[in-house]
Design a protein around this ligand. Structure first.
Ligand code: G3H
Ligand code: 13P
Ligand code: ZN
Length: 317
């Protein structure tokens, strides 16, 4: 069942975070739904602009609609990830999406407010909610190349009040992609939880979002490289931090890169270990199973696992 993002955030706020997972194709979608059903978790399906362009946006919509029927127990929202203004309008008008993200975080403060407010007005008129972003993550997004700029809590309050956005992506030290932080033995990334705490104090009950939250497991990178890959040594967000964030008003945690690493590891190892195979299903099936396993394990960390019945009951009240 597709629900609004706002409904999911209301259930989760202060208790746990909902996993927001990017999809690009059928195998990923099936693995995503299986993993969430196995762990009994509500979730958010994210579609980036790149994913919409990869084949044709209509395929993704059709795959998700089919998944809704194949997995009748699933409770999820459909969200546009990192949208520009035009793509937000296209998604708002499509009638398919639960929410959109307008990412004007690369613009100066006033311009970000101006663009976000326009999108909020259009989205709210059609019952969708809007995620905006303030501050800058590191790494590369499709139309934004960023250097880190932590979110300023006082600005966050003003931004939310003036735009009317429904959730805010905050920059607290995470970054996009597989190369987040140099892997240094014994050294762990310290996220700026003081920024989250201050925003929660200034905007009580207001949902925050964490982008760039993959953990880039060393074991995964090592397996990829042992099977012929050349992924640079790097480390990501410690998974325990995600659970902590979930208790501090972060309602949505975005994960894409870790799924890409699972895809790469599964395919590289299978190509190495089964050189005689050429049926694409011999590769797709194990990928779906491994992807589902990763999703279920992320949900355990986020605290969203086992919440499905609770959410279903809340939706009825
Ligand atoms: O933050 C961006 C997401 O990982 C989506 O990546 O734009 O390459 O689809 P993409
Ligand atoms: P990762 O690259 O850390 O998976 O972040 C994904 C993301 O933020 C999608 O919006
Ligand atoms: Zn992102």
């Amino acid at each position: 069942m597709i629900v609004t993002t706002a409904q999911l955030f209301k259930c989760a706020y202060g208790k746990y975070a909902i996993g927001a997972y990017n999809i690009n194709n059928l195998e990923q979608t099936v693995g995503l739904f299986r993993g969430n059903m196995e762990s009994k978790a509500p979730f958010i399906v994210q579609i980036s602009q790149g994913a919409r362009k990869y084949t044709d946006k209509r395929f993704l919509e059709a795959i998700i609609r089919a998944a809704e029927q194949v997995f009748p127990e699933a409770i999820f929202a459909v969200h546009l990830d990192h949208g520009d203004e035009a793509t937000c309008y296209d998604c708002i008008d499509s009638g398919f999406y639960s929410s959109v993200m307008i990412d004007a975080s690369h613009e100066p403060f006033e311009k970000n407010i101006e663009i976000t407010k326009r999108v909020v007005d259009r989205a709210h008129a059609k019952g969708l909610s809007v995620e905006a972003e303030l501050g800058q993550l590191g790494g590369v997004e499709e139309h934004v190349v960023g250097t880190v700029k932590l979110t300023n809590p006082a600005e966050a309050k003003e931004f939310v009040q003036r735009t009317g956005c429904d959730s805010l992506a905050v920059a607290i030290g995470t970054s996009h992609g597989a190369f987040k932080f140099k892997a240094e033995p014994g050294k762990k990334l310290a996220l700026h939880f003081e920024v989250v705490a201050e925003i929660q104090k200034l905007l009580p009950g207001f949902p925050m979002v964490l982008h760039g939250s993959s953990s880039v497991p060393k074991s995964e990178v090592d397996r990829i490289n042992a099977a012929g890959g050349k992924i640079q040594d790097s480390s990501g967000v410690p998974e325990a931090d995600l659970a902590k964030a979930g208790k501090m008003g972060v309602c949505k945690v975005n994960i894409d890169t870790d799924g890409r690493l699972v895809w790469t590891r599964v395919h590289r190892e299978l190509f190495r270990d089964m050189p005689e195979k050429f049926d694409l299903r011999d590769f797709g099936k194990p990928f779906i199973a491994e992807y589902a396993k990763m999703i279920a394990s992320k949900n355990q960390m986020l605290g969203s696992a086992g919440r499905l019945d609770e959410v279903r009951a809340a939706l009825k009240t």
